[in-house]
Design a protein around this ligand. Structure first.
Ligand code: ADP
Ligand code: MG
Length: 210
C-alpha cells in the first residue's frame, strides 16, 4: 500500500530522474521539435523539489495537486499543461484516499489519460506522450482483469510503456510541434513519450515496493 509519505518520496524520485535525463529529452526534442523538452521539464521539477521541501502536505491529494499547479506555472511548452492535467487528475482520484491501491492507481491513470486527450485534442497514434500512457494503462487493466499478480502486471505494463516509446519512432506526428515535420518525424522517438516512460517507471517502482 502506498501512503502519503511514499507518494511524496515518488514525487521526489520523478523529479530527480527527469532532471538527470533532461539532456536526453532535449536531444529527442532537437530532432523533431525545438530542443527544449528537457529544459522545460527540468525547470518544472526543480521547482517541484523546492516545493516538496517547504510544504507540509495534508494528504495525497494535496501533494499531487501541488505538483500539478507547480508544473502548470513553470514547465511551459505544450507538455506543461498536459503533465499538469495528469497530476491534477491524480489528485482528484485520491480524494478521501489514505493509500493508493491497485484500483485507485488504475483510476488515476484512466483519469489522467482522459484529461490529456481532452486538453491535447489527441489520442493514441499521434506520436505523443499518449503513445506511452495508453498502452501502459491498457496493459495494466488487461493483466489485472486476467488475474495477474500486481507486481507482474506492473512489470508487463512498464514493458508496454517502453514499447510505446519505440512505436512512437515508427509513426508520423500529427499533434504538437513535431507534426510540422510530417514524414520527417519518422524514425525519431517522441520526447514527451520518453519523459512519460521515466515518470511511469518511478510510479511502477513505487507500486511494486508497495
Ligand atoms: P513544445 O512542443 O511546446 O516545445 P515540449 O517540448 O515541452 O513543448 O513538449 C513536447 C511534447 O509534448 C511532445 O513530445 C508530445 O509528447 C507532447 N505533446 C505536444 N502536443 C501534444 C498533444 N496535442 N497531445 C498530447 N501530447 C502532446
Ligand atoms: Mg519543445
Amino acid at each position: 500500500m502506498v501512503n502519503k509519505d511514499k507518494v511524496i518520496q515518488v514525487i521526489g524520485s520523478i523529479s530527480d530522474v527527469i532532471i538527470e535525463n533532461s539532456e536526453r529529452l532535449n536531444d529527442l526534442d532537437r530532432a523533431i521539435g525545438d530542443a527544449d523538452h528537457g529544459i522545460n521539464m527540468k525547470r518544472g521539477f526543480e521547482k517541484v523539489k523546492v516545493t516538496l521541501d517547504s510544504t507540509d502536505f495534508t494528504d495525497i491529494t494535496h501533494a499531487f495537486k501541488t505538483v500539478g499547479m507547480t508544473l502548470l506555472t513553470t514547465v511551459g511548452g505544450a507538455s506543461g499543461p498536459l503533465y499538469a492535467t495528469a497530476f491534477l487528475k491524480f489528485a482528484d482520484q485520491c480524494k478521501d484516499v489514505s493509500e493508493i491501491d491497485a484500483q485507485v492507481y488504475e483510476n488515476m491513470l484512466g483519469a489522467a489519460i482522459e484529461g490529456i486527450k481532452k486538453r491535447g485534442k489527441s489520442d493514441a497514434g499521434c506520436k505523443t506522450m499518449l503513445d506511452v500512457w495508453i498502452p501502459y494503462y491498457d496493459t495494466l487493466k488487461k493483466e489485472q482483469e486476467g488475474g495477474a499478480d500486481l507486481n507482474d502486471a506492473l512489470a508487463t505494463s512498464l514493458q508496454a510503456a517502453k514499447e510505446g516509446f519505440e512505436y512512437s519512432k515508427t509513426i508520423i506526428a500529427t499533434k504538437g510541434r513535431a507534426s510540422y515535420l510530417g514524414e520527417r518525424s519518422l524514425g525519431h522517438g517522441d520526447p514527451g513519450a520518453a519523459s512519460t516512460v521515466l515518470i511511469l517507471q518511478s510510479f511502477t517502482d513505487m507500486l511494486q515496493e508497495g
